[in-house]
Write a protein that binds this ligand. Structure first.
Ligand code: NAD
Length: 250
């Protein structure tokens, strides 16, 4: 094969003809992912436990994704389409507690939502015969420890390794990759700033840690997800893409 045969005909991210399921679609990063995938031409079904449907989806399933019936209903929205399917495992829970402060129940819940549910959803997508791309939203905490969020950090290590294992297991049917964000301006993060009593100071402090002088915006993450879902990333499988303004390079 000539190198020129491998050149895409266009560098535009074109997801027309794709059908996507985005979990956590009512949240900060999930709603940006839904919007960008739609802008690239995909038909997007959002899933979230929030009762009100977010603006930027074509279809919406409201429910708790740890329940098999909710995942089944979401997969049904892919219809008869077998190829060009996308699953973005974005829904997640954070808990600002150290290992010693976290109960067994809290730990199990974090693992259930952040690691086990995406693993099951990916397996169900594969078992239904769908082909395409899966993107897991992991974290820079997939690679490093943080004392203040012990069990959350453990779940992000688990989803990173799920990405690698699933990429091997489903190769040829699904490309499975992860995006690993640093801090992103979403309710998950801004909640903590408000709890500190001085949100502007808290934001300035976090931003100053980032080499580019700011934290991420949801669209920073969504753009990379769209690329990973597209044919431009046809040879990307089992990769953990850090999107963090360079903080882990420091
Ligand atoms: P968010 O809290 O704004 O959104 C998360 C969404 O997931 C919410 O809408 C919530 O309702 C939904 N959700 C949670 N559990 C669910 C369940 N069991 N069933 C259905 N829906 C459920 O958070 P976000 O910042 O947009 O985070 C999205 C993902 O990005 C998470 O996996 C998070 O761990 C990851 N992440 C976020 C940051 C950050 O700084 N915001 C950094 C690294 C990784």
């Amino acid at each position: 094969m000539q190198a020129s045969d491998l050149q895409p005909s266009s560098l535009t991210i074109d997801l027309s003809g794709y059908r996507a399921v985005v979990t956590g679609a009512a949240g900060g990063i999930g709603s940006a992912i839904s919007a960008v995938l739609r802008r690239a031409g995909a038909h997007v079904t959002g899933v979230d436990r929030s009762q009100s449907a977010p603006a930027d989806v074509d279809e919406y399933v409201s429910g708790d994704l740890t329940e098999a019936t909710v995942r089944k209903e979401a997969l049904a929205r892919l219809g008869d389409q077998r190829d060009r399917c996308i699953l973005v495992n974005n829904a997640g829970l954070v808990l600002d507690k150290r290992l010693a402060e976290t109960s067994e129940e809290e730990t199990r819940q974090l693992f259930e939502v952040n690691a086990i549910m995406p693993m099951l959803f990916t397996a169900e997508l594969a078992a239904a015969g769908h082909q395409g791309a899966v993107v897991n939203i992991a974290s820079i905490l997939s690679f490093a420890a943080e004392r203040s969020t012990g069990p959350y950090t453990m779940t992000k290590g688990a989803i990173a390794n799920h990405t690698r294992v699933a990429a091997l297991e489903y190769a040829g049917q699904l490309r499975v990759n992860a995006v690993c964000p640093g801090s992103v301006r979403t309710p998950m993060v801004t909640r903590g700033w408000h709890e500190s009593g001085d949100p502007s100071r808290a934001e300035r402090r976090v931003s100053s840690l980032y080499p580019v002088g700011r934290i991420g915006e949801p669209s920073d993450i969504a753009n990379v997800v769209a690329f990973l879902c597209s044919d431009l990333a046809a040879f990307v499988n089992g990769a953990l893409w850090t999107v963090d303004g360079g903080i882990t390079a420091a």
